[in-house]
Design a protein around this ligand. Structure first.
Ligand code: SAM
Length: 205
């Protein structure tokens, strides 16, 4: 992974993320909202790629619902945390940009997916100027009729290192790589579209 640019996530102090979610899990808080919406987008027993999976909370919740999930995460600390919390979850330690069908095949995983999940502000924590390449990379991993579920704060993201990413710019970036906005909401509960948070479903254009 040495030839890939550092992500905004890697460039910041993110120690609070793990402790925040550890506390949410300890108190039994709901951390499955994204997974419930993802599940509603899928047939039963579907293939799911959780891209930028963190410690795998969304992928694990989808696996618990019967889907075949592969989680991809670059941060070694979060990969280790995933193994601790969800030992049955398949995790590939990789930059999203390096996720090719060959890499996935060699790791024993599907090479195409019914849904790619890019939630939890992954899109505003990528390496600078890699948004289109990341979208093109996951586009190439979609099965026929496959979709991409994206969620992020367009402004004032939770991490200091998060970029502002106007929704119009994101939609233009998606369209530039042959993807089309199929649905837009303001939350995973399907509240109306808002400027504060974007939940988007992308499909091949
Ligand atoms: C705020 S965390 C969210 C994690 C997870 N999606 C969730 O919702 O719990 C953002 C994640 O995006 C990952 N990320 C950002 N750019 C990435 C890239 N190019 N390749 C792989 N992971 C990336 C970070 O490593 C980090 O785990």
């Amino acid at each position: 992974m040495t030839d890939l640019p550092p992500t905004r996530w890697e460039s910041a102090d993110n120690t609070g993320f793990a402790s925040h979610f550890t506390e949410l899990i300890r108190t039994g808080a709901d951390i499955e909202g994204e997974a419930r919406l993802a599940d509603a987008l899928l047939p039963r027993g579907a293939t799911v790629l959780d891209a930028g999976a963190g410690f795998g909370r969304v992928g694990a919740a989808l696996q618990a619902r019967g889907h075949h999930v592969v989680a991809a995460e670059k941060d070694p600390d979060l990969v280790a945390m995933a193994a601790e919390h969800y030992p049955d979850l398949a995790v590939v330690r990789s930059d999203i940009l390096a996720l090719t069908p060959d890499l996935l095949r060699e790791a024993g995983h599907p090479t195409s997916y019914d849904l790619v999940v890019l939630v939890g502000n992954v899109m505003v924590l990528l390496a600078p100027d890699t948004e289109r390449r990341v979208l093109a990379t996951v586009r190439d991993l979609l099965a026929d009729g496959g979709r991409i579920l994206v969620g992020f704060h367009p402004v004032d993201g939770p991490a200091d290192s998060a970029r502002d990413y106007p929704i119009e710019e994101f939609v233009a970036d998606a369209e530039s790589v042959g993807l089309r906005l199929q649905h837009r909401f303001g939350s995973y509960d399907l509240t109306p579209a808002s400027d504060d948070y974007l939940v988007a479903v992308l499909v091949h254009g």
